[in-house]
Design a protein around this ligand. Structure first.
Ligand code: KIV
Ligand code: ZN
Length: 527
């Protein structure tokens, strides 16, 4: 095959962790965190990164623009409703990308057309035509999605997609927006579109399946069997409601059973586990232990019979090798006496470029944990470096805390904090437990009555001296947001996570109260 010809068995991986994934409740990534994830997605070698929805907020716009400027390799896509201001914001945000794409969408199901858009099929068709044409005036690579396609009339959806292709769309994505379809039905739907639109064979057909019935990966696979050569998915399957098709599952399905499908991706599978950990850590969304491919137990054998088999011959009970997904990466990487240069070099090997002030901070934190821990592993370093990204937008910080607790008196905490205006404030509180007392004292010191929705503590690695990693979800003024913290002392890690969640939720509440009106005088909803 000539290098100019697209490979017909290549399935493109379109990652939407930073767009659909970021719409999961409680996730609030700052630009530095989104950039770190985007760089890791580039190392994973995905084909397309959907970096965000630029019209949604100035923060979304800034992140898409930064990713477009800094991340090389994958196509960088920005989402836009089928409206001129959305398309223009998307075009501006991806202007500096090496390979920019605008992804525009509008619903074709009558349920959406009648109840949500209060419109008509004719009007929707005209909007689809105009928005694809408008997007093509800015970029050559335009994707069009008929939202809620799987609950829409096939003939009408085909008519809208044909118009999109006529106006220059290069990818047609068929969303199962509410996770309603089944593999057979979705395959038949795509085959129906191929039959009704002869030009469909000249563009890339894409899947976008939600997991409401647990079928997102199966449906995406069925779509690929019908001819789709792009799959939209998210790391750890995060996304709206039950989430999107999980990237690691669909990639390893194609890698492991390419013998039956004849299809493959060009993802660097050894990066899967690390990408999963990074996304989990920055979003605060835990990966369940039995999660396929990247769960803690995905390659663990409990039964004696299985262990015996694997010791004799790995393939007796393993269909994949843990090393192919990078689950073997937690070997010792640095000793207690390692210097700054060794740390920089090891971080570079782990894929992090840390220099200047950030390297000084990372070195200081490395020394702190090296004094307490016998072994500093790759996972510890990942946890530290990603933890430092989180302070970028922290407007409230914890300066000190002091907790007294014992069996004969209620736990009592004193805290001092720095407020957004640079002033410091102190408060104390006696609560139900030491961590509860710290949280209540922080509320008293900041004057913000945030409500704790969720709190979690995990160990970064095993062992008594493990780093503690905490996640806090707070609700305030109708908004919810999470924050994470890492430290060898879990009360400190919890206090740090609480301050970050507080900074994020206050920022979200302020942004919600200042939302700009777009077009129809309505705040921009996420799709
Ligand atoms: O689920 C959906 O339909 C979407 C579209 C914007 C593609 O996320
Ligand atoms: Zn979606």
């Amino acid at each position: 095959m000539s290098s100019m010809q697209p490979d017909p068995s290549h399935v493109r991986i379109f990652d939407t962790t930073l767009r659909d994934g970021e719409q999961s409740p409680g996730i609030s990534l700052n630009t530095a965190e989104k950039l770190e994830i985007a760089h890791q997605l580039a190392r994973l070698n995905v084909d397309v990164i959907e970096a965000g929805f630029p019209i949604a907020s100035p923060g979304d716009f800034e992140a898409v623009e930064a990713i477009s400027r800094e991340v090389q390799g994958p196509i960088i896509a920005a989402l836009a409703r089928a409206q001129a201001p959305d398309v223009e914001a998307a075009a501006r945000a991806v202007r500096d990308a090496e390979r920019p794409r605008i992804h525009t969408f509008i619903s074709t199901s009558d349920i959406h057309i009648v109840h949500q858009f209060r419109s008509t099929r004719e009007d929707i068709l005209a909007q689809a035509r105009a928005s694809v044409a408008h997007a093509r005036s800015f970029v050559e690579d335009v994707e069009f999605s008929p939202m809620d396609a799987t609950r829409a009339d096939l003939e009408y959806t085909a008519e809208v997609c044909a118009v999109a292709i006529e106006e220059g769309a290069t990818t047609i994505n068929i969303p199962d927006t509410v996770g309603y379809t089944t593999p057979e039905e979705y395959k038949a739907y795509l085959e129906g579109l191929y039959r009704l639109i002869p030009e469909l064979k000249d563009v890339i057909v894409s899947t976008h399946c939600h997991d409401d019935l647990g079928l997102a990966v199966a449906n995406s696979y069925a779509g690929a069997l019908a001819g789709a050569r792009q799959i939209e998915c998210a790391i750890n399957g995060i996304g709206e409601r039950a989430g999107n098709a999980s990237l690691e599952e669909i990639v390893m399905l194609l890698a492991t059973r390419g013998d039956v499908s004849g299809l493959h991706t060009t993802v660097t599978t050894r990066e899967l586990a690390r990408t999963s950990r990074l996304v989990s850590r920055l979003t605060g969304y835990v990966v369940q232990p039995n999660k396929a491919i990247v769960g803690r137990n995905a390659f663990a054998h409990e039964s004696g019979i299985h262990q015996d088999g694997v010791i004799k011959e790995r393939t007796t009970y393993e269909i994949m090798d843990a090393t192919t997904v990078g689950l073997d990466a937690n070997s010792l990487v640095l000793g207690k006496h390692s210097g700054r240069a060794a740390l920089k070099q090891t971080l570079a090997e782990l894929g992090f470029t840390v220099e200047g002030a950030a390297l000084n901070t990372a070195f200081k934190r490395f020394k702190q944990i090296a004094d307490k821990k016998k072994q500093v592993t790759a996972m510890d370093l990942e946890a530290l470096v990603t933890d430092d990204l989180r302070d970028e937008l922290a407007s409230y910080t914890l300066d000190s805390f002091d907790v007294e607790a014992g069996s004969d008196r209620p736990p009592h905490a004193r805290v001092t904090v720095t407020l957004p205006d640079g002033e410091t404030a102190a408060a104390e509180f006696s609560g139900d437990g030491p961590i509860d007392s710290v949280f209540a004292a922080i509320n008293a010191a900041t004057g913000i009555d945030a409500q704790l929705q969720a709190f979690r503590v995990d160990a970064v690695t095993g062992g008594q001296d493990a780093l503690g990693e905490t996640s806090v979800v707070l609700e305030y003024d109708g908004q919810s947001a999470s924050g994470q913290g890492v430290a060898t002392d879990i009360i400190e890690a919890a206090g740090i996570a609480y301050m970050r969640a507080l900074s994020n939720v206050v920022r979200k509440a302020q942004a919600a109260s200042q939302l700009v009106d777009v077009g129809a005088n309505e705040p921009v909803p996420t799709p």
